[in-house]
Ligand binder design. Sequence first.
Ligand code: ATP
Ligand code: MG
Length: 409
Amino acid sequence: MNPIKILVVEDEIIVAEDIGFRLKKLGYIVTATVASGEEAIEKVTENQPDLVLMDIVLKGDMDGVTAAEKIRSKVDIPTVFLTAYADDKTLQRAKLTNPFGYIIKPFQQNDLRVAIEIALHRHEIETKMREALKASEASRESLEEKSHRQNQYISMAAHELRNPLNAILISAELLELDRTRSSDESQVRTLRLVHSATQKMNQLIDDMLFMGRAESGKLKCNPLPINLVEFCQDLLDQLQLGNETKHQLTLIPSNVTSAILDQQLLHGIISNLIVNAIKYSPNGGKVSLELEYSQAGDGDKEPIFCLSPQCLFPNSKFTNINSPSLIIKIRDEGIGIPETELEKIFEMFYRCKNTGRIKGNGLGLTIVKKAVELQGGAIGCESKIAIGTTFTVVLPYVALSSKRDRTYG
Ligand code: ATP
Ligand code: MG
């Protein structure tokens, strides 16, 4: 343990020398001996002692009580007052500074040691209590935040489920009423409405369940061999079917065909990014999905993150972009994301101001972020208003043949 450092504030030279001598004998270090309150304040910040021994009655404008008050407001260092005589009023003031001890002059060496040790011990206990209080306050705040988020989910879900539910209800009533009168075509249209409303509800429930599992730490990364090309092509085909060919969805041929990845998480990432690319390109256009394998130490390659830096997750575990990686790029020619909002798009429920009448809950990118983080990856976004948006996801790459060599965090 480091020796304890003490600042002595005593204006009587002989007494000060005596205290210094005794302290050294007891094994303490005297950082400085000063005669005034002003000097004490100066030395306390300069030398950072563990304790201040302060004479109450000091010559000059500032007495020991005021000096102790000022020191206390600046740094968290315990003060022990030294006093031979002091009027009641001064003693009352001294009490108010919540001192860690008093030593009455003249004193024995042992009195000095006991007062110092008790003061240091009390200070240590108080510091620990303060820290524990802070920690419990922080955990209370995080619980409150969690419960606030849960309330937000519930009210959002209730609100968002009501629309499709109403659509289903009205459609069912229409079908019931017009059973005989309406044409087959009109019945098919109504049934389509029911189908789309049910799909919306399903999607929302899936998203909520995903977020719930992620929040409670139940969502784990479970990597398995996966044929990337087939997986991505199937996903694009499904989305193209539901998209009435307004957009041209393309899988760009690449140097990577398979990997070991968590299929559910990968689905969450790619489907949300493609759905966004389609949704936020109301005038159609090209939407491309590109997969690329980047080997460790491809020095001549352009850096993966030539992206807006504020969009990268600062807490991403994916720090070594020189290790083998799977790079997924999703590009669109849509409305773009305002530069000032780029850093907010991964926040839960956040929707950019330029979305206009395009519907959404602001959950998709939160899911993408969680799914990327769970796999130890990173994500970035580049966007230009009315030109388009590119999301780049980087995931640690594990080739099929090297499953035993690498594990996921
Ligand atoms: P949800 O995905 O829950 O249905 P959402 O699409 O509004 O709703 P996110 O996917 O989380 O929510 O996206 C957050 C916001 O980021 C969107 O509301 C939109 O403003 C913006 N955004 C995301 N992707 C794009 C994109 N490709 N082009 C333009 N803006 C986008
Ligand atoms: Mg979305």
